[in-house]
Design a protein around this ligand. Sequence first.
Ligand SMILES: [Zn+2]
Length: 303
Amino acid sequence: MINHFITSQLERWETARNNYEALKEVKVKEIDLNGTLYKVQFNPARIVSSGAKVDAKAISQRKCFLCAQNRPEVQEGIAWGGHYDILVNPFPIFPRHLTIPDSAHVDQRIKGRILAMMELTAELPDFTIFYNGPKCGASAPDHAHFQAGNKGFMPIEEQVKQKCMTLLDQQGEATLSLMDDAPRTTLVIHTKVLADGVTLFDRLYNRLPMKADDTEPMMNVLAMYDASTGWTVCIFPRIKHRPDCYYAEGDERLLSSPASVDLGGVFILPIEEDFNKINASLLASILEEICLSGEAIKQLYLK
Ligand SMILES: [Zn+2]
């Protein structure tokens, strides 16, 4: 049903169709960072997100593109879960890319939504669902939403099955572990019982540090479901939204605005020069700068 919906939207919606066509031409290169694979994607259409102004003033001055009354007429939605709409994302990173806003214009928050996010993965088992915090890459921090991209695209989907893990917390048979993939910091919940996974997430949420002027601990979240293994939820705790190189001048500048997909191992760069320039050491320094360290995470669970 969802694939039929995407096909029918692309038949009717020229802007979206052109952007999905352009996606077939994007350049990709691979970087091995301490044994962890990243794909770097040069994707000029994503300048709308990477370059987006997300400060309160800019947000208050624009029409919210996730509110039903402001969406293009051609954009249709599938109602889901009582108060969400499943939409085709017209600025794709994935060959199949959805945006799933709340039907109401309410602030982007993960609190109270992890259950819906996990339920959605079970209904869209061919997709990985992701959440970008209001200061961690959401281009609409004022309108709650998830996104979804087809599986088989982000390297982390396989890495969570292969990498070493340090167990931090347990609830029933559900586990919360720290994955061995520094300088990225990935926490992984594995569970076959929805409620246990939610409990582990809520305990983590309550332990994560929060800055005085923030509304939630900074994070990106990816969730996926497999009928045989259950749910896998990856949480990337953050300490910074955009790295210093985003704002630098001249040669130092690199327009990287990392969000869930970047942390899932597909690093999006909308500028070709940046794509040519990026290497393992630049990637490592960006990850170190934006992620809460694995050591800090261990401290949270040891104390
Ligand atoms: Zn809105």
